[in-house]
Design a binder for this molecule. Sequence first.
Ligand code: GUN
Ligand code: FE
Length: 417
Amino acid sequence: MKNFVLKGTILYTEEKDHLIAAKDSYVVCQDSLCQGVFARLPECYQHFEVIDYGNNLIIPGLTDLHVHAPQYTVCGFAMDLELMPWLNACIFPEEAKYADPGYAREAYSVFVRDLKHSPTTRICTFGTLHTEGTLELMRQLEEAGFHGCVGKVSMDRNAPEALSETNGEKNLLDWLSQCHFEHIHPILTPRFIPACSDELMTSIGRIQKETHLPLQSHLSENPAEIDFVKELCPSSAFYGDAYDRFGTFGTNGSTIMAHCVHSGEAEIALMKQNNVYVAHCAESNFNLSSGIAPARRYLDAGLHMGLGTDIGGGTSVSMFRSIKEAVIASKMYWRLLDSTKAPLLFSEAFYLASKGGGSFFGKVGSFEKGYEFDAVVLDDSRLRAPRDLSPQNRLERVIYGDNCDVVTDKYICGEKI
Ligand code: GUN
Ligand code: FE
């Protein structure tokens, strides 16, 4: 299944402000790589199998750049709370349950099953602090055909005893020594500064310096959280600086910081300098009253950015939902907070969910030549209309209606899953 051609109505972005739509066209996969989109199939590919999807839409696979798989079991719970009380009342007690490998296996099987039916092909997810449970999540994602990163969470303070490690460095190294998967890779995952002692952050910083593993964490999500970081790290100039002091803010490996709702100029400048990715999680930021992240500001500043569902702050594995919420959030930011920051275009939000987040994994998220071949087929025929719709209108309708059930086939790096 490495050399083949998909035929249908193909939609993707090369540049963020322009959605390319090609009706009755061919997208070619050779040796797992995209060879481009063609109105007529070039001679050199005519011996490839053509899978004709008729009038269906074909889009690049989407990347969920920030998600907590173990929190899928509590989506929508305790949304009356803000971040810190929500973690304490709802999230930490739930994550503690993943000490039981049987619970982890069952819970992750629900998550992975639903992810299979979503438009997501690549994922960067948190596990819990448990080695066995996190390896189970990695196994299940690998077996389902996904590509991406999974992190055993590191945390050793300001959490219940069951979620406070006593030997975080050893646990991390022990887990890393057992990560032998082909497409699911380990990512260093200090939960956030409030939950990680200086000693633990120092270990993680040293491990990243030695291994250049990627790293994911949370940044400037909620005002009370940010005040707490100031209290814990009085000598840090800002939240991101508290990571940077341990070399865990993009200097020693690719790094994703989720949320970035309240980042100031200095933090943004350091993210830019260190190539830190922003994982924009608009729905979660609404649910937990965290605020509205200035996505336009980050685009204007040239930051790397993708979208995340942030389950269980977010409530759906659907990246369609994340695209829609990112657009809505940007409109409210523009209307209510800063009229110089124009709302995201539909094409820009689609770009962030495909090529923007996908770039964390390399050439991923587009149908340009040389990109890894991730594709999602959408059969929207059950969404009736009294007239012909343009390809863009059809995609807008699918995404705004969060119609995940139209996902029929999925290809990840040239493999059908
Ligand atoms: N900050 C630290 N942990 C979490 C988490 O689990 N979810 C969210 N939204 N923010 C966090
Ligand atoms: Fe999160």
